[in-house]
Each structure stands twice: as structure tokens, then as C-alpha cells.
Write a protein that binds this ligand. Sequence first.
Ligand code: FPP
Length: 275
Amino acid sequence: MEGSLNSSPPALPDSSDADKPASRLPRHIAIVMDGNGRWAKARFQPRSFGHRAGQKAVRATIESCLRRGIAALTLFAFSSENWQRPRDEVGALMELFLKALDREVDELHGHGVRIDFIGDLCAFAPALRERMTAAMEKTRANGKLALNIAVNYGGRWDIANAVKQAAMATQRGEVAAAALDEKSIARFFCLADLPPVDLFIRTGGEQRISNFLLWQAAYSELYFSDVLWPDFDADCLQRAIDEFARRERRFGGLVEKSGQARSVPDSRDQAGSQE
Ligand code: FPP
């Protein structure tokens, strides 16, 4: 992540959100950061150039979330399927993650960011794994923004992992198999301590979920942007948040009709909520 976070982000939400009631602001934003390769290609550069440029957008997005008082931000940095990319691109991404960890953790820690890596971390080189673990341990107690970086992550992997954990819990006699339900299974998923994803953003023009947060995004509002990830800035995020604020969320219920309010639960009350 290039550049530097402003030395002390204001504690109050950004003025651009001042007109929105708290329930109209997403508490948890997830982003599929797509378009780095095309951004680089348009500049006759290798794909790794696009990934490096993408770090700037990562930094701008973290900064915006801190300023707005968003509780959680989850970024898809490397999917389980990304290993299929050319060796040099995978290598460049790993180096980039390593350098970003060395460079950024102290500053993010200073801003009260809790860093978490989600995904099957076993596949990574020990040096990278150690840095990830150290970053998570160092920032564990922070409460300003939960920043989750999904690496070697896949939504189906997350589901399979949760099923395995649930099966092991039944074997230990902690829960009867017949008693397993959405609520009891929810705690075995990644991000179980966070609100479900309210706003799911994908940049780069494609309109798909690509195996990201299949469980956690069950009731997300989906927002697709044509902007390539390295160009995604604070204004782009603002547009996504504005669009989110205009959406009517029903969670399968009904909305208020001629004064006869029928309560529509907040996303945190949904079955399977991770709270
Ligand atoms: C998808 O674009 C992007 C990735 C697979 C990598 C995302 C990584 C970063 C933004 C680097 C910084 C991240 C951190 C957390 C330090 P693509 O390569 O598929 O683009 P394309 O669709 O244009 O080919």
C-alpha cells in the first residue's frame, strides 16, 4: 500500500454521510478488487504493475472506511483459484503482500485497525505466514476498523471448513447433530464475530460473486462498478455507499405500507448472523 494514511483520521463520520441515518450506512463492506490486469494492459505494462497500483486503492479505501466509521472491510486479495495464474504473477503478488505487511502494519495498528487474514493460510510460505500471524496478534485488540484480507480464500472452502468444524463439535459432544442449525453453524465461519456483509462491491465491470463470502453475503446489497480497481477512489466508494443508502432492504419481509409498519429486521438479526 503506497503513500501514507493521514496522521489522525477524524472520529466523526465523514460529512458526506452526515445526512444518512446510521441504519443507512453499511457496517460491513466487502470488495472484489477486480481490474488490475486490464488497468496495466491499457498502459502496456505487466499485470504485476496493476497489482502494485491496486495497493493505492486499498489504502484509499481503508482511509475512507476509517473516516466514515465503517465497522468492517473485507477485501478479496487472492482467491483459492488464483494459484492457476502464471507463476511470475503469483510470485509478484506474494512479494507484494510480504512488503505491504512489513510496511503497513505498524501504521494501521496506530490507527486502531484490527487486521485479520481469512482463508487457508497453510498454503503460503512460512515467512509470509509468520508475518500474517504477527500482524493479527499485534492488532487483535484494536476496535476502530476490522480489516479482513481474504487470501487463498473461497466461499465454498469456508462452507466446507465450517461443516468440518461442526462435525468435530458434534463428535466432541458439544452439540447434538440434530440440533445443528443456521445459528449454531454460523460461529464456524470466517468473520463470525462481525456483522454480515451489508454492501458487496465488485469493480472491473464483471457482475459475479466469484466464490467470495457465500454465507456472509447472503443478504448483501450488490454493487457493480465499471471502474478498474486501481482507479477506485474515495468518490467511487461514496457512490457505492449512496446507492446502498437508497436501497430498500427487506430480508424477505415486507416494508412499511400506509402507516402499517411491519418490522423488517436489521441484517444483524438475520438467521445465521455472525453476531
Ligand atoms: C484481480 O484483478 C485482483 C487480484 C487477483 C489481486 C488483488 C490484489 C491487490 C489489489 C493488491 C493489494 C492487496 C493488498 C491487500 C496488499 P485481475 O488481475 O483479475 O484483473 P483483470 O480482471 O483486469 O485481469
